[in-house]
Design a protein around this ligand. Structure first.
Ligand SMILES: Nc1ncnc2c1ncn2[C@@H]1O[C@H](COP(=O)(O)OP(=O)(O)OP(=O)(O)O)[C@@H](O)[C@H]1O
Length: 335
């Protein structure tokens, strides 16, 4: 079993508390994505699990075994970083074979060869095995870097923004492949990203970190539809959720104590109306949808609309809320 547990883990760097009493469990075979703003403690969490940092307090366990005293080599964990970190003078084949050649592994040549070829096929780089790693595109290099982690067959993968340096098309392709590989191999994977699409599409569960604390963890759908507070609500959704005063828009009566209403596209009803309560100031045509930028008094609202909806800048519309999210004074969700 390769479940990972952090229990009450705290880690400071000098005065800075990077991780504050963090409790997190990743089940065996689960794909968990950590999302959070810069400095939230995502990388530090990975490094604590890898054994590259030692907790000040609390316990890190892998497969039920406390590993606080164990170095990285003993933890059977593979780390994939944002930078490719390949050996430039070696071929793709040699880069993939390298982790298997350590004397401690005692693998024979045929076993190494079979494993390299199997993983190369998995990450779809088998046609470039003899290329030098410097003569690859960014996407190919990152496939090799991921392959080099896979070839070792560790029980846990830790990935720190492995796709962020790639262009959007490659990111989309590798996202699908990573998810497929993780399913096929049944590996436990903890993945850090700023990219909410990666989080939504790959994660079994998303953990939202803020200031070294786990604010919420749940399936992508739970985190999106049932955010625990304003912070979580603002992390997911494109365009960004609109955070509005409780009495701005007509709609259902908010629960007592409502300070802020969270309205995503699906919480807003739009109708063209010359005496409507809002005005469209800009329409961005994105092809399959339109981005509408709306003002209502001093407030700005952004939402999506069907490209067939005949609206232009300057049009007045009436905006109504339907089942939005309600938040109290302290930012916590009320309903
Ligand atoms: N080695 C270190 N020395 C001093 N401070 C550190 C060190 N490592 C991390 N920190 C601090 O701890 C906090 C958390 O850092 P961490 O790298 O875990 O954040 P992150 O969520 O991964 O951020 P990013 O998204 O920018 O990578 C930050 O304030 C950072 O400056």
């Amino acid at each position: 079993m390769a479940d990972v547990t952090l229990a009450g883990v705290t880690k400071s760097f000098g005065e800075k508390r990077a991780i504050a009493s963090l409790d997190l469990t990743i089940a065996d075979g689960e794909f968990v994505v950590l999302l959070g703003p810069t400095g939230a403690g995502k990388t530090t969490t990975l490094r604590l699990i890898a054994g590259l940092e030692t907790p000040d307090e609390g316990v890190v366990s892998i497969g039920g075994r406390p590993v606080n005293g164990e170095g990285p080599a003993m933890r059977d964990v593979a780390f994939v970083f944002q930078q490719y970190s390949l050996y430039p003078h070696l071929t793709v084949y040699e880069n993939l074979a390298f982790p298997l050649r350590s004397p401690a592994r005692r693998l024979d040549r045929a076993t190494i060869d079979a494993r390299v070829r199997q993983v190369a096929a998995m990450v779809r780089i088998d046609h470039k095995l003899e290329n030098r790693s410097t003569r690859l595109s960014g996407g190919e290099m990152q496939r090799v870097a991921i392959g080099r982690a896979l070839v070792r067959r560790p029980s846990i993968y830790l990935m720190d923004e492995p796709l962020s340096s790639l262009d959007a098309k490659l990111r989309g392709e590798l996202r699908l492949e990573l998810k497929r590989i993780q399913k096929e191999t049944g590996s436990t994977l903890l993945y850090v990203t700023h990219d909410q699409i990666e989080a939504m599409t790959m994660a079994d569960r998303i953990g939202i970190l803020a200031e070294g604390k786990l604010v919420q963890i749940g399936t992508p759908r739970e985190i999106y539809t049932n955010p625990a507070n304003l912070h979580v609500a603002a992390r997911l959704g494109q365009p960004h959720i609109n955070l509005l005063p409780a009495d701005l828009l007509p709609g259902p009566t908010p629960p007592a104590g409502t300070r802020t209403i969270g309205a995503r596209t699906e919480h807003l009803e739009i109708a063209r109306s010359p005496d409507g309560n809002a005005e469209i100031v800009r329409v961005e045509h994105l092809g399959d949808q339109n981005h509408l930028h709306i003002t209502m008094g001093a407030h700005k609202i952004t939402t999506l609309a069907d490209p067939d909806m005949p609206v232009d800048a300057g049009d007045r519309i009436s905006l109504t809320l339907k089942r939005p999210l309600y938040f109290g004074q302290d930012g916590q969700r009320l309903a």
